[in-house]
Design a protein around this ligand. Structure first.
Ligand code: HEM
Length: 129
């Protein structure tokens, strides 16, 4: 379950971007960054980084370690990350034993946003025990 939750968060990466301002001149992978420059953090890109994840475009709940950074990192790392993980875990722990079947019943639609994204609608057909 923990692997499933962690991989789902990596896969979805609900927050697309945040900004940072460089506090000092620096260089990152050959790119010069000047003090005061705005830096765009792309969480989607980071969570598909081939240097960090083997087969990043595979949904693999057995990844170990799973170094997804959908909650950010550093001093501003998401304060709600443990609650978010717990909500997902409890949802599936409670739902899975009750489900006899679950299947797509239409085309899922994605939200259109430059900031927070996720499935807008996911039509499903299901049967419960
Ligand atoms: C899957 C769900 C969630 C995702 C993907 C997410 C993602 C993020 C990200 C990417 C950041 C910015 C981190 C950075 O700048 O380095 C953030 C910050 C934050 N998140 Fe979340 N978050 C989630 C759920 C929640 C929940 C449930 C809460 C509160 C109950 C919450 C509260 C916050 C707060 C207060 C900050 C700002 C922290 C700061 O600036 O010091 N988040 N989150």
């Amino acid at each position: 379950m923990n692997g499933f939750v962690e991989e789902s968060i990596r896969w979805a990466t609900p927050v697309k971007t945040f900004m940072r301002s460089a506090t000092a001149d620096t260089e990152l992978r050959g790119r010069k960054i000047a003090k005061g420059d705005w830096i765009l953090l792309s969480y989607h890109s980071a969570n598909r980084d081939e240097d960090v994840f083997a087969n990043p475009f595979d949904f693999d709940i057995t990844r170990k370690p799973n170094k997804q950074i959908a909650f950010g990192s550093g001093p501003h790392v998401c304060l709600g990350q443990h609650l978010a993980r717990m909500e997902m875990r409890i949802l599936w722990e409670e739902l899975l034993p009750r489900l006899k079947s679950l299947e797509l019943a239409g085309e899922p639609k994605w939200t259109k946003s430059v900031f927070v994204v996720g499935p807008k609608t996911v039509p499903v057909r299901y049967a419960v025990n």
